[in-house]
Write a protein that binds this ligand. Structure first.
Ligand code: 13P
Length: 241
């Protein structure tokens, strides 16, 4: 059985006070969520310590949004694995398209970060996906297969989550058709040696489309941006039919 993982990616939103306010409202809304669903909040670094204390004993897991490949060192502005594990972080998003696009993330650095996450016992959520122009040029399959090949060198597929996030669907309200997302995720699965890796869909997931998305046979969860910032919206996504 593949695990179902619904994760919120808060990106660069929420101060510590705002994060704690979210948690206070959100916690009780997921009390009765099906036990088989893993709930993850990937929050800014500055909120993780306080959130961890607040979530202690709850079923909500914490994720970070980046990790450096060294354990420590002269890397101004970066965060290392031991800094995350010390405060109870379980997951880390790696290779999000916003990092690839705006911060020079390459398949090579994505690979190094994946290996570092696993070395520290964190579960990486690897993001892959094509841009609009790549899709229009009929290159979707090639782009994704290439990303996987380069990103997953020496990566343990028993400790891994993948998110298919078509770049054109992120923050645009232009969700990928659920059947098309299912097809691409099936293609991703074909490339893997471990066929049980949970593969999420991400890109304009909302309370009103989550049921349709989760009906698809290959889709094991969602990575939710904008709609994860509101406790009621994210709770209704987590509590899909
Ligand atoms: P939206 O849900 O805001 O489209 O963002 C998706 C995303 O980038 C999650 O990582």
């Amino acid at each position: 059985m593949r695990k179902i993982i619904i994760a919120g990616n808060w990106k660069m939103y929420k101060t510590q006070a705002e994060a704690l306010e979210f948690v206070q409202t959100f916690k009780s809304k997921v009390d009765n969520t099906n036990e088989s669903r893993e709930i993850v909040l990937c929050a800014p670094f500055t909120t993780l310590g306080a959130m961890s204390k607040n979530l202690h004993g709850s079923r909500i897991r914490l994720g970070a949004q980046n990790i450096h490949w060294e354990d420590a060192g002269a890397y101004t502005g970066e965060i290392a694995g031991p800094m995350l594990t010390e405060i109870g972080v379980n997951y880390v998003i790696i290779g999000h398209s916003e990092r690839r696009q705006y911060f020079g993330e390459t398949d090579e650095t994505v690979n190094l970060r994946l290996l570092a996450a696993q070395k520290h016992g964190l579960i990486p959520i690897l993001c892959v996906g094509e841009s609009k122009s790549q899709r229009d040029a009929g290159e979707t399959e090639k782009i994704i297969i290439n990303q996987l090949k380069r990103d997953l060198v020496d990566v343990d597929q028993n400790n891994l989550v993948i998110a298919y996030e078509p770049i054109w669907a992120i923050g645009t309200g232009d969700t990928c058709e659920s059947t098309e997302a299912n097809r691409v995720i099936g293609l991703i699965r074909e490339q893997l040696t471990n066929k049980n890796v949970p593969i999420q869909y991400g890109g304009s997931v909302k309370p009103n489309n989550i049921d349709e998305i989760m009906k698809q046979s290959e889709i094991d969860g969602a990575l939710v941006g904008g709609a994860s910032l509101d406790p009621a919206d994210f709770a209704s996504i987590v509590n899909y039919q």
